[in-house]
Design a protein around this ligand. Sequence first.
Ligand code: MD3
Ligand code: FE
Length: 222
Amino acid sequence: MIEDLFADDDSVPRQWQESLTPGAVILRGFVLDTAPVLLQQIDAIASCAPFRHLVTPGGHVMSVGMTNCGLLGWVSDELGYRYSGIDPVSQAPWPLMPDIFRQLAVEAAAVAGFANFNPDACLINCYQPGSRLTLHQDKNERDFSQPIVSVSLGLPATFLFGGLQREDVCQRFPLVHGDVMVWGGPSRLRYHAVLPLKEGIPPWPLRDAVRYNLTFRRVLAA
Ligand code: MD3
Ligand code: FE
């Protein structure tokens, strides 16, 4: 029978965990089922707060398009990096963080061992082929005891993660549609980067050949 060609048991897992370093874990496939709703919500957010290419304090235009939802949003300009409650483009507050975003972030953090994650910001990155993120630390937040939860949607990317010094060697691994990463504890301030995105066929139900990454953060003292 044709049905026998398809596994309907646990022999082909859709979800599993990979431990990277203390405090860092990848939840493979964690948002595969919710991805269509997440992509709809990204479209809704971007219709109010469009993706834009921020300028770094050094005067470079970032290749990754960015927007935010939640109480605070990450922004950059000639004056520096910071979080702002106001979208500098619209001069309005950022769109609310959808409940489904908050729920999945809190659930992923709990699975990774971080109870009480209470994100107040969600940065949304949009990568086109060629877009990349150079080596950096995320240290504009107040409370490094709260983790960062990241969600990958769309085209796959190669993620690099290093140590606590910029010079430390990096490990590389793929991030694909549906993966969630949680970074906290002793890994919270590790350097990391994303290699230039390659062209590819977007996974259903995406129509555009892009990668989205959501990062949930606690910015204000928790
Ligand atoms: C490791 N984004 O937005 S998410 C960023 O795929 C960022 O768009 C990448 O780095 C992306 O700042 C990577 C995974 C991630 C996020 C924060 C971290 C890894 C991290 C903070 C500390 C260590
Ligand atoms: Fe980062």
